[in-house]
Design a protein around this ligand. Sequence first.
Ligand code: ADP
Length: 480
Amino acid sequence: MGFKQFTRKVKCRTPLQFNIGLFFVLYAVIVVGLLWILETMLLPKFYYVFKTRETQRIALSLLEDFKAQDAETFQQTLDYTAVSNQMCISMYDSKNRGMYFRDTMNNNCLIHGYNNQHFLLKFVEALDESPDGSICMTVYDEHIGTQTLVVGYVVGSKEDVGGCLFINTILEPVGATIRIQKTMILMFSAVLLVIGIIIALILSNRLSVPITRITESAKRMAHGDYQTRFEGGSCREVDELARALTYAEHEISKADSMQRDLIANVSHDLRTPLTMLKAYAEMIRDLSGNNPVKREAHLNIIIDETDRLAALVNDILDLSKLENGSQKLEMETVDVSTWLSDIITRYKGVSEQMGYQITFTPDESRTMEFDPAKLERVVCNLINNAINYTGEDKQVFVSQVNTETGVRIEVRDTGDGIEEDKIQRIFDKYYRSENHKREVVGTGLGLSIVKAILRLHNYNFGVHSKLGEGSVFWFEIRNS
Ligand code: ADP
């Protein structure tokens, strides 16, 4: 399925830039809306509560001052309070005669003056009836066309009325203030919108540009270009995405080249014995059928090649079983020295006939727990390789080294060694160095099987190699 066909199935959504832009515009609209609600609904209520409390506090403080100060000082205090708080303040004696008074509302206040006598009487009446000797009322003032607050207190105590104190003040913020506030909010909203749009543009650019770049790279990778670079940019998540894709690219490219190797190697390894089988079978049919010696030789070659094919197929099957987890470990308690020397004794007969010398250096007897059948496969594969790749002296050394953490087993040969860059790859499936000798029979799966078995046991393993001096393959049976 091509990239386009694949993407066509995905619902076409709006681009990131648009989404972020929309988000910011929405955010600005919500903030502006909240500001308007605050201005038109909450602020007047808040203003009312605040103003009422403040006026009551001032009234109480004046009552205190009245008790404490002489007449002249009190008049000054009252003047100052009235002017600085834009209030009209009146104080009457018990016979409702004016004692102290200060008006800052241009004779429009409701608590004194001939025109407002009826108001004053109403307030005095309310004060008389109030159980705690205080009133707090909102009254519409026709002269100035706005709501005003009237706060009144009995001077002295309820039982011993010495007069009364009234304060009248405008309750709504004056028109000009409101107009200024509204204009400011309007301007602020416009600025907020513009800033929101600018931030949205910058942010969406910072986010979408690297994502678009990564998408382009991913498309190139989908078309088989594994050299394409994934660059992050703006933020950690995008960097992580780029890193994850780079890793995926590396893995896909490895899998791709492994698949190619696999096909090349398997087909090569299958074709060679098959060609030989066919050729020798034809030879027996056409030429050597009646010659028992030649026929015998040709049949032996056919048997050898069949063994080779069987080994390859078996290795492939074993490895896939090990890798897909269908093989379980069958743990046993085993004495490592005895176990190893048994394996090597079995080898010796065959290998010494061919002139190979396998030297085993055991350590003190130590029992460990592992799957002996599987680890035998590991040891045999390593010894097979050592025999195959060792030098002219045909020497192979196997040693057991007891350590604090377990038992380390080493298989050393005296061959050409392995180049640094190839060491990384020899445990890969189907990897066979190009310069291995043809007579070295191998499937390229031996070390992959070693790796799979050791991983299943969770054992450490590795290889040290020096060019011209040979290699040491090792693994460690860990204490359980
Ligand atoms: P095979 O031996 O069947 O080719 P392996 O998986 O056992 O496959 O080994 C992979 C490759 O590792 C070999 O082709 C060889 O190039 C290299 N190798 C393995 N063991 C040795 C060794 N002891 N000395 C040098 N090269 C080795």
